[in-house]
Design a protein around this ligand. Structure first.
Ligand code: ZN
Length: 198
């Protein structure tokens, strides 16, 4: 790979470390950047650095946010007694896009996977249980319908049920193994409305 200047090679290497970027895409991106106006490259670099250093976890729901509390947790218009549990911030965004969910969220940042050695202590479960000591009416489990998502849902329901709080699971209109973020809004709403008691 010595056809290029070492700086271009370094850039290609950086891109190829990103998820879903193969060697060819990394090359294409690197050459695209080289041909961009310098101002735009500076803007891109700045956005990267600021996103990384400025973003943190909401202290309530653990979604990614700029503030101590995310706009959803800070809102007086949301029903703080209903908590929807999702695997990641992208899933939260998918539900937010429907514009029809009025409760708040809890982002686990993963799912239980014995195969990958990810246990209950590796996701934000303890933090969820802490929140349940407040006035919570319902916990909607909206983890993916993958093996990991289902395992997490089962584990959660067993943990929450003894507290007397209502536990529901979104309907399985969501295709098996499908990531929530790729599912259209109508399907998401149907899954939410058709949720069942656990
Ligand atoms: Zn929040």
């Amino acid at each position: 790979m010595d056809y290029y200047s070492s700086k271009i090679t370094a850039l290609i290497e950086e891109f190829s470390r990103l998820p879903g970027i193969g060697a060819k895409s990394a090359q294409r991106l690197a050459f695209h950047v080289i041909n961009m106006p310098e101002e735009r490259v500076k803007g891109l670099a700045q956005a990267l650095v600021e996103a990384r250093s400025g973003v943190r976890y909401c202290k309530e729901c653990f979604t990614l946010t700029d503030e101590e509390l995310c706009p959803i947790c800070a809102s007086g218009k949301r029903d703080h007694g209903i908590i929807m549990v999702v695997e990641n911030t992208r899933d939260l965004a998918a539900y937010e896009k429907t514009g029809r969910y009025e409760g708040v969220y809890h982002v686990l940042h993963g799912a239980i996977s014995p195969a990958l050695g990810i246990g209950p202590a590796d996701i934000r479960l303890k933090e969820l249980m802490m929140r349940l000591q407040g006035e919570v009416k319902e916990v909607i489990i909206a983890t993916n319908s993958s093996l990991e998502g289902e395992t997490t849902a089962m584990y959660l329901s067993k943990l929450i049920k003894p507290t007397g709080i209502r536990v529901t699971r979104i309907a399985s209109g969501v295709p098996v193994g499908g990531d929530l973020e790729y599912i259209d809004e109508v399907t998401l709403l149907r899954a939410l409305e058709g949720r069942t008691e656990l």
